[in-house]
Design a protein around this ligand. Structure first.
Ligand code: HEM
Length: 364
């Protein structure tokens, strides 16, 4: 933006539209005839602050989605996506930290105006739902209550916008498509070698369980059984049918090639051409974790504030929120990758030609 002489000086108060912003705190308790509930101001300001940050997150996310929308994601695009996601992660820290401020309101203070809020609830936050949908939380990932879809509790234009966002390509899908296009995978038979390395590692883990004198026989058996399941899951990396079964049973969301690409990038991330893609994957995990942390923190705060009572929006309260925190993950496949990582010393080395392709050279 270029500043010219023709532009009149901007006045702080007007530029930020503070008249509108600062006159938007209308306390329900002040309309009851009695004295206003002191803490309702905090309750409103905190919610409005959240909504402003949600707006900023959507602004960043929309730019990220625009970068992914083309046929290919260039290095420049990746840098832009990384910058946007890194900002979202910082905002999430602020969102989580704000709960401390809210908790200076005691449950007794909250009771002074809580009943005036029914049936309103953060459950009706359009922007929160847009963020979830843009990230890739699916309708099936939602815990329902009252036999209605979450959109039923939204009104008018807000409901329309959230419904429309369900049909848009989410970040989850864009990332899957980008990973699916990863070129390196066809270059060598990485999977057979990798399978051997994973077997070696898991066998070592098994031995640790067998040798553990602090576990009972039953506990050992339970842990060894869990290893069997891990082995089973791992078969999908080399066997397309086994992988498809994981997709069919909802264990995996991404296509096999996308999952393999994410694993490839993660284990060979030290190669220069993979630095940025790896950073991107890490940030996606950060964003997912940030929202999940917020969900758990919000659930704990709710428990402290209303105990075992139902929410103003009609859910089972804290119990509902905790269940939703477990289910509403946007990138479960990325989180699953850690199961399949192997130590660097047992990692099959890349063929030198491919390793050469993955380096950067300054061409004078
Ligand atoms: C006294 C403080 C708060 C309490 C007791 C509380 C309680 C609850 C409860 C019980 C729910 C479940 C739906 C329902 O039955 O209403 C809920 C949902 C929600 N609340 Fe809060 N909340 C509080 C503050 C906030 C704040 C400051 C925000 C920030 C925007 C917020 C955002 C949300 C969101 C986004 C949901 C939907 C979560 C989901 O469905 O996964 N809440 N809240």
């Amino acid at each position: 933006v270029r500043q010219t002489d023709a532009v009149p000086g901007v006045y702080y108060h007007d530029y930020l539209q503070l008249d509108r912003l600062l006159s938007s705190q209308d306390l329900a308790s002040s309309r009851t005839g009695g004295p206003a509930a002191h803490d309702e101001m905090l309750f409103i300001v905190i919610h409005q602050t959240y909504e402003l940050w949600f707006k900023q997150i959507i602004w960043e996310l929309d730019d990220v989605l625009a970068c992914f929308a083309g046929d290919e994601l260039s290095e420049v695009d990746i840098a832009r996506v990384i910058a946007r996601l890194a900002r979202i992660v910082e905002i999430q820290d602020v969102l989580i930290g704000q709960i401390d401020v809210l908790e200076t309101m005691t449950p007794l203070d909250f009771l002074e105006f809580r009943d005036l809020l029914v049936p309103a609830s953060g459950f009706q936050s359009m922007q929160f739902r847009l963020i979830e949908n843009k990230l890739g939380v699916r309708p099936d990932d939602r815990v329902t209550f009252g036999g209605a879809r979450y959109t039923e509790r939204l009104e008018g234009e807000q409901r329309q916008r959230v419904l429309a966002s369900e049909g848009e390509i989410s970040l989850h899908e864009h990332v899957a498509a980008w990973l699916g296009r990863t070129p390196f995978l066809d270059e060598f038979d990485f999977w057979t070698a990798y399978q051997q390395a994973v077997h070696t590692m898991l066998e070592a883990d098994r031995q640790i369980v067998r040798d553990n004198v602090h576990l009972t026989t039953d506990e050992k058996q339970a842990q060894l059984k869990a290893f069997e399941q891990t082995f089973h899951m791992y078969e999908g990396l080399v066997d397309a049918d086994a992988y498809q079964r994981l997709v069919d049973t909802g264990v995996r969301r991404w296509a096999r090639r996308a999952f393999q690409a994410a694993l490839f990038i993660s284990v060979y991330r030290d190669h220069p051409a993979l630095h940025q893609p790896f950073r991107l994957l890490e940030l996606l995990i950060d964003v997912d974790e940030g929202f999940t942390t917020w969900r758990y923190r919000h659930a704990l705060m709710t428990q402290r504030m209303i105990g075992r009572r139902v929410g103003t929006g009609g859910s089972a309260g804290a119990a509902y929120l905790t269940r939703q925190a477990e289910r509403g993950r946007a990138f479960p496949d990325l989180l699953a990758l850690a199961t399949f990582l192997v130590r660097r010393d047992v990692l099959p080395p890349l063929p030198s030609e491919l390793a050469e392709q993955l380096t950067f050279r300054y061409q004078p």
